[in-house]
Design a protein around this ligand. Structure first.
Ligand SMILES: NC(=O)c1ccc[n+]([C@@H]2O[C@H](COP(=O)([O-])OP(=O)(O)OC[C@H]3O[C@@H](n4cnc5c(N)ncnc54)[C@H](O)[C@@H]3O)[C@@H](O)[C@H]2O)c1
Length: 414
């Protein structure tokens, strides 16, 4: 384990080209690039298995003990014309969804573009997202670009009349972008969905179903955590992950309250400890961020408490998970409560051929939910309000940490 981590960190520290060389040397194809760089474990059904990365971090894939398509029924035979931008988009299975016609793909970096095209079996490529949005035949775009570009790219997609799905976070550092997104989603009447992978992890999805069935009552206390050691900055487009303020990437942890309840936070006090990791020291990053770990205590909209942790500078196990304690029951690995009758807590069936995939078997479900929301003309589960109620509190939490834990109010998106 240790040697594999060291090997991976060594490769990462050399930057993007080195990472590609490594993947080539390891004999991994395009699908492998799409998965391995995000710490996802290898797919089982088809394609190469990424054995080199299997022990890295806690980004486990859900064991497929059941057929994920069991009980699936089509809602339509319509095929939505989709474009995918950014190499990360290879891992969400758009190319395998029976209600999708994958029209084209794009990445600014030609080699990544080629690999994305190969992984998605898509021949049509565009030089950039800005080029792709001009294609009037495309109805929806998945935006898997660098986090600092998410808000701008989402606005670009919506303003060109296309539904938008976007990787996390919804906004990056600029609070004003939240208002711009709300306006544009409302004005356009188009679908917006943030692909928060935690929402479709088995434990969070179960918590969401139990909460809605009042199995918890009010949540008194919730914990969420995203632990991912970045002793070296992870190579990213224009180095956006160098010195990244932990709570600017808050959605994997906040999802354990916001995703489970579709609620909101009202205020926050957040603490940090100046980091010993060089890129997480204020003088070494463009964010002037001194912290590698930020622990936020939130007051929830229903009056309870939530502790949300994001940590980049604590070596040890990595994980994205959470748990909760409610007035009528609690959830750690399983539900323990007063209610005898529980709703079905497993995730919905997927169309045959769409694999649950990475990040705890969440990828295929996110894609399916986005496509279903278009077919059924309804808001997706992780709509603009839920996305901002997950993302914005992190921005405020970071401000609080910079002020020694001062309590700060959080806006609500409804
Ligand atoms: N669990 C999760 O939900 C999860 C995991 C990993 C990454 N992510 C998110 O996914 C996104 C992508 O992650 P990454 O590691 O690939 O980031 P990255 O910075 O390595 O890559 C971003 C890619 O976007 C491309 N790009 C940027 N602007 C573009 C444009 N105008 N047109 C076409 N392509 C453009 C770049 O060429 C680059 O290849 C990030 O926002 C990250 O936050 C989410």
């Amino acid at each position: 384990m240790q040697s594999k981590l060291l090997k991976l960190n060594k490769e990462k520290s050399k930057g993007l080209p080195a990472r590609r060389d490594f993947l080539k040397k390891a004999g991994l194809g395009a699908v492998a690039l799409g998965l391995s760089q995000f710490g996802c474990r290898g797919q089982r059904a088809e394609g190469p298995v990424i054995t080199d990365f299997e022990e890295v971090q806690g980004f486990e894939e859900e064991p497929e003990v059941h057929d994920p398509s069991y009980g699936w029924e089509p809602v339509s035979d319509r095929r939505i014309r989709v474009g995918v931008v950014g190499i990360f988009g290879a891992t969400f299975g758009f190319q395998d969804h029976p209600n999708v016609e994958l029209v084209g793909i794009s990445d600014l970096i030609p080699e990544r573009r080629d690999r994305l095209a190969e992984a998605t079996r898509c021949k049509k490529t565009y030089a950039s997202l800005e080029d792709m949005v001009k294609d009037d035949s495309i109805e929806a775009i998945f935006i898997g670009t660098d986090a600092p570009s998410h808000a701008r790219h989402t606005l670009e997609v919506l303003r060109h009349g296309k539904h938008a799905a976007v990787a996390v976070p919804a906004i990056f550092g600029e609070l004003e972008d939240a208002g711009r997104l709300v306006e544009e989603v409302k004005r356009s009447g188009l679908k917006y969905m943030m692909f928060e992978t935690s929402n479709y992890r088995a434990n969070l999805f179960a918590m969401h179903r139990i909460y809605n069935a009042r199995g918890f009552g009010k949540l008194v206390y919730t914990e969420g955590e995203y632990y991912h050691y970045f002793g070296e900055p992870y190579p990213s487009y224009k180095d956006w992950r160098v010195g990244l303020p932990p709570q600017w990437y808050p959605t994997h942890s906040n999802a354990y309250y916001i995703g489970a309840t579709n609620g909101h936070f009202t205020e926050v006090s957040c603490l940090g400890l100046p980091s010993i990791v060089p890129h997480l020291q204020a003088e070494n990053n463009i964010y002037k961020n001194p912290f590698g770990t930020e622990i936020a205590m939130f007051r929830t909209g229903e009056g309870g408490m939530a502790r949300m942790a994001v940590s980049w500078d604590t070596p040890g196990f990595g994980v994205e998970t959470g748990r909760c304690r409610g007035q009528r029951g609690s959830f750690t690995e399983t539900y323990q409560g007063l209610e005898k009758e529980l709703p079905g807590i497993s995730r919905p069936p997927l169309p045959p051929g769409v694999r649950p995939g990475g990040h705890g078997g969440s990828h295929g479900h996110l894609t399916n939910e986005f496509i279903l929301s278009i077919l059924e003309d309804r808001d997706p589960w992780i709509d603009i309000n839920m996305s901002l109620n997950m993302t914005v509190p992190g921005l405020i939490a970071h401000k609080s940490a910079l002020k020694g834990g001062e309590w700060m109010k959080i806006p609500r998106y409804v």
